[in-house]
Design a binder for this molecule. Structure first.
Ligand code: NDP
Length: 247
């Protein structure tokens, strides 16, 4: 097992892509600190599934957009597990709409969770990783952060910002043996995409060369690779997991 004795902190780890990443890293032997917003039932179900893989797991309810709350959670995780080796910034939401009618609060909320939330977690673990002289940071961006998307200006801006954050942190921490990479998933079947209207889903599917939606497990494989020793010389990279959608 590649991640024995490691601890992974995963935001949005209770459902969808984050859950698949939690299970995949646990399969490799990593202990899991799972941060979620408020769906306690989903968090408990995921916790039980991770536990069944024989690793330690704890859940922490917290809004990643809250600087002080994330600071307290990181502190608790460090005390509970004795350290963090892998940080996966995966928590995210959408509030779609054309810019013409987009509410100010919908723009701000998407930025504060998808982008500022990742900054908070990195900020609170920064000195820990520096002192350890090792660490893996994986930010879950999106292909719309690379290409933009009509109706998702807030979300695309947040995901593009995440790529800038990734590259800057990668440059700051590379000398300390800490890598920071982004994954840009395409269209992945999850609660988030299940909310899309049928017509929109069909249009997206027909634009994917692989002719299928991605699975959370497809993204989790990429995360497991970036978290492992085999990726130690890869930093500042944006790895697309999109079935060719954004070629
Ligand atoms: P889901 O909606 O299925 O899950 C979202 C997760 O994020 C849940 O665990 C949720 O917790 C958590 N979360 C939401 N808001 C907060 C918050 N304020 N603080 C802490 N946790 C929060 O999303 P997906 O699995 O589909 O997406 C995961 C990531 O992947 C997101 O960043 C998304 O933007 C990105 N992505 C998804 C794609 C897709 O096609 N699905 C494509 C490209 C990128 P709770 O259960 O408690 O609400």
């Amino acid at each position: 097992m590649k991640l024995n004795q490691k601890t992974a902190l995963i935001t949005g780890g209770s459902r969808g892509i984050g859950k698949a990443i939690a299970l995949r890293l646990a399969q490799e032997g990593a202990n899991i600190a799972l941060v979620y917003a408020g769906n306690h039932q989903a968090a408990e179900e995921t916790k039980a599934q991770v536990e069944a893989l024989g690793v330690r797991v704890k859940t922490y309810s917290c809004d990643v957009s809250d600087f002080e709350a994330t600071k307290a959670v990181v502190q608790s995780v460090l005390e509970d597990f004795g350290g963090v080796d892998i940080l996966v910034n995966n928590a995210g939401i959408v509030r779609d709409g054309l810019v013409l009618s987009m509410k100010e609060e919908d723009f701000a909320r998407v930025l504060s969770i998808n982008l500022t939330g990742a900054f908070h977690m990195i900020r609170h673990l920064y000195s820990h990783f520096m002192r350890k002289r090792s660490g893996r940071i994986i930010n879950i961006s999106s292909v719309v952060g690379l290409n933009g998307n009509a109706g998702q200006a807030n979300y695309s801006a947040a995901k593009a910002g995440l790529i800038g954050l990734t590259k800057s942190v990668a440059k700051e921490l590379a000398g300390r043996n800490v890598t920071c990479n982004a994954i840009a998933p395409g269209y992945i079947a999850s609660d988030m995409t299940a909310a899309l209207p049928e017509k929109a889903r069909e249009a997206i599917l027909s634009s994917i060369p692989a002719k299928r939606a991605g699975t959370p497990e497809d993204v989790a494989e990429a995360a497991a690779f970036l978290a492992g020793d085999a990726a130690s010389y890869i930093t500042g990279e944006v790895l697309r997991v999109d079935g060719g959608m954004s070629m």
